[in-house]
Design a protein around this ligand. Structure first.
Ligand SMILES: Cc1cc2nc3c(=O)[nH]c(=O)nc-3n(C[C@H](O)[C@H](O)[C@H](O)COP(=O)(O)O)c2cc1C
Length: 206
């Protein structure tokens, strides 16, 4: 009887050790692949904004964090990816937030060239209403592409609004709140960029 109990305990202990070992091993084995895949996904999102011909540094690792809840839309640190060519700054991509969407935060990638022009904007996550606010997604409408090339002087401040508010950017039929929020966020990021351009590129990666 005692022998049998010892045998069962031994079998259970061994299978627990073996099971845990297999989990740890497969985690260790797959972790680098997961990290590499995540990096590739991030890089392809960034390359949609800044053409890979335009920079030659390791964009995903040349990162700084900035906190400015007024201009960057969140009290959390915002990641800023710096693009450089031959060591010279080319553009920065902000992983920013439009905090006043219809259903809360709209997460954005906002690329800005060194001269202050918008390189491109894409929505990475949101909870806006399907068929209304979700037209901010590039796959649903070309609206988000309309920021490229604009800057703080083109248009001037009064133009950085949706048309309903007197600006140059379209709203959507029956949905003004979402595009209004994104337009405001893009302009705020341009203001932040203008105020911190030197700091953004000169400080070492974090
Ligand atoms: C169920 C429901 C969902 C809505 N979703 C959105 C949305 O995602 N984005 C948006 O801008 N407006 C949405 N609206 C419309 C807004 O309430 C608002 O009427 C519209 O944005 C126009 O805003 P304005 O009065 O500032 O022009 C939704 C309305 C309803 C009833």
């Amino acid at each position: 009887m005692v022998k049998q109990i010892i045998k069962v305990v031994l079998v259970l202990t061994l299978s627990t050790i073996l099971g845990t070992g297999m989990v740890v091993f497969s985690y260790q084995w797959t972790l680098p692949r997961i990290i590499a895949n995540e990096r590739m996904t991030l890089l392809s999102s960034l390359n949609v904004i800044i053409d890979k011909e335009h920079y030659d540094n390791d964009l995903t690792n040349d990162v700084r964090h900035f906190v400015d809840s007024d201009l960057l839309g969140t009290t959390e640190p915002v990641m800023v990816y710096r693009a450089r060519k031959n060591g010279q700054p080319v553009a920065a991509v902000f992983n920013s937030v439009a905090p006043d969407g219809y259903n809360g935060n709209i997460y954005l990638l906002i690329g800005i060239y060194l001269d202050g022009r918008v390189a491109g904007v894409r929505v990475t996550a949101h909870q806006e209403t399907p068929a209304l606010g979700d037209k901010i997604e590039a796959k649903r409408s070309p609206w988000i592409l309309g920021f490229a090339g604009h800057s703080l002087t083109d248009p001037l401040e009064t133009g950085w609004k949706v048309k309903k508010d007197g600006g140059i950017f379209d709203q959507f039929t029956g949905a003004t709140i979402t595009p209004r929020s994104v337009v405001k966020a893009v302009r705020n990021n341009l203001v932040f960029f203008q105020q911190h351009r030197q700091q953004i590129f000169e400080t070492p990666a974090q």
